[in-house]
Write a new protein. Sequence first.
Length: 154
Amino acid sequence: MINLKKTLTDKQIAFIENFSQTGNATKSAIKSGYSSATAEQQGYELKNKLSEYINEATEKILGSTVPMAVSRLNGLISDDKVSPAVRLGAINSLLDRTGFQTTHKVQDVTKHRTDKELQQELNYLLSTIRPAQQEQQQEEEEQPSKKGNGHLKE
């Protein structure tokens, strides 16, 4: 049972515990002893009124699952049958949750060249690509189209 102020009723404490586990205000109100006829309204009001206590209880519940989650992530990381993509995802997730950040390599491909030098290189690259594209397009136009079962139609 969670430790709450003495001003809360037993029903309110039960609601906090139920709601922090289920997230369903109406069902939590009924399970906590409130009338099913008014449970929807009671649940809504209690959820708003007791939100600070609900957040505290939810954090405690989530905190208790951390060791299990870390164990599962470690299991994924060390299992050779798991795909490399899943293993990498588990590694990144574990590092992220422990406060470490994975680094992303950023490489300066400009080599500190001026805008004019970069524009000249771009123009050169485009000039070498265009003739190759035109040559490929011309070859495609020269080839007869094949339809049906691969024979030319007359």
